[in-house]
Structure formats: C-alpha cells, structure tokens
Design a protein around this ligand. Structure first.
Ligand code: B16
Ligand code: MG
Length: 216
C-alpha cells in the first residue's frame, strides 16, 4: 500500500476551473477580444503567465511584457474576487468523502497546485485542516509536466516519492507525477490521461482501498 496522497487542486478537489475561465473571459471582454475556442481544456493546470499566452492568442494586437504583467495581475484580482465566494458546496463530487476517509486512515496529505491562490481556495472550501503540507507554487521554478512541485510535496511530507499517490486532472500533471516516480491517478478522460496508472471520471469513482490502507 502507498503511504501518502498528493492532490492537485483545480479540477480534482475544487470546482475552480470555471472561475479561472470567467476571470480570463472578463479580461478578454475588457480588452476587446475572444478566448480561443479550446481555452478551457488548454488552461488546465497551466500557470498564470503561460495561461495568459494562451488567452492572448485571440488578441488583435501584440502586448509588451509590462502590459502582460499588468493583464495577469488584473485577471488575478478578478479571480480572487470570485474565490471569496467559494464555500464547501464548491468541492467536486467525492472530494469531501475521500479526504475524510484518508484522514481516518492516517494517510498524510499534501497539495501540489500550480495556483498561487491555493491557500485561499482551500480556506473557502473548508478543507485546509486536511493538509499536512502545501507545496508553494511561488517556490517552484519548473511548471508541470516537470515533477518539481510533486517532488517538493513529497519532501514536505517526508515520504519517498515511490510511496506517494499523485492525483491530477491535467495531462501535464499526470506526466509530472510519473516523472516524480509516483503512482498516478487521473481524474477525467482516460484517452487524455493515458499515462495515468489508474483513471476515473471523478474522485467519487476512486476507491481509496485500491491504493491505501488504514495506518496507526
Ligand atoms: P493562479 P492546478 C492551476 O491549478 C489551474 O488549473 C490553472 O488554470 C491556473 O492558471 C493555475 O493553477 C494558476 O493559478 O493564477 O491562481 O496562480 O490545477 O495546478 O491546481
Ligand atoms: Mg488541475
């Protein structure tokens, strides 16, 4: 059995992808352009500045570096406003039950989210007390699919990567988990997440006893 669980946040535990998208949409409207049609899928797990580059594909003029930083900042202000409205009702199906079960089994848990707003999100969702370690996205130099954030989370928990289970909804995230040497659970479409060791449509379909057992 594995010894620790390391979770991605957006799209796995929290229904926040729609909030990111709404904030980008608002920005695009203010700037007078449209988001690329496949923006929602492509923005999954991608950090803020890389997300901006995707969003700007639809823009009608090039933006300077200083303008890009200002745009990213404006999007983040819109997003943070939306995050203040999060409640436990915004947990994705199965998330609360799984966190409860793993806590009961004494399985250490960490968060490995690319979001610099992860702390505010889990506070709003009422699940901050479940995590023994939160990998700080601001400290991570190489974004997913680099394994850095998952490796950092395992180190934070003090558990060897080979004994960790990583749980992700983005293909780049699943790749990051595998490169970290962990067992990967994919949440979503198994054609997109083909690299995962196990793929389920949602956390509600994940059987904790397929990876973990109670510890004392
Ligand atoms: P922020 P994850 C990612 O979180 C989101 O999926 C992605 O859409 C977002 O742009 C990124 O966090 C950065 O978020 O702007 O709040 O720092 O899926 O890795 O939990
Ligand atoms: Mg995600």
């Amino acid at each position: 059995a594995y010894r620790a669980a390391i979770f991605d946040l957006d799209g796995v535990i929290a229904d926040t992808a729609r909030l990111h998208l709404a904030a980008w949409q608002q920005l695009a409207e203010e700037e007078g352009f449209r988001l690329p049609a496949d923006a929602d899928e492509r923005l999954k797990g991608v950090d803020r500045m890389a997300s901006l580059e995707i969003v700007l594909e639809g823009a009608s003029r090039p933006y300077r570096e200083d303008e890009k930083l200002a745009l990213a900042d404006r999007k983040n202000q819109r997003y943070q406003q939306l995050v203040t409205q999060l409640t436990p009702a915004d947990l994705l199906p199965g998330a609360a039950q799984l966190l409860d079960q793993l806590a009961e089994w004494n399985i250490p848990m960490a968060l490995a989210s690319a979001s610099k707003n992860a702390r505010a999100v889990i506070d709003g969702l009422g699940i901050a007390h479940r995590f023994d370690y939160i990998a700080d996205a601001a400290r991570v130099k190489h974004p997913k699919p680099d394994p850095e954030i998952f490796t950092l989370a395992a180190r934070g928990l003090g558990v060897e990567p080979a004994l960790c289970v990583g749980i992700e909804d983005a293909a780049a995230g699943v790749t990051a988990i595998k490169r970290a040497g962990m067992y990967a659970v994919g949440i979503g479409d198994d054609r997109v997440l083909a690299e995962a060791d196990q793929c389920v449509p949602s956390l509600a379909d994940f059987r904790p006893d397929s990876c973990f057992e109670a510890r004392r």
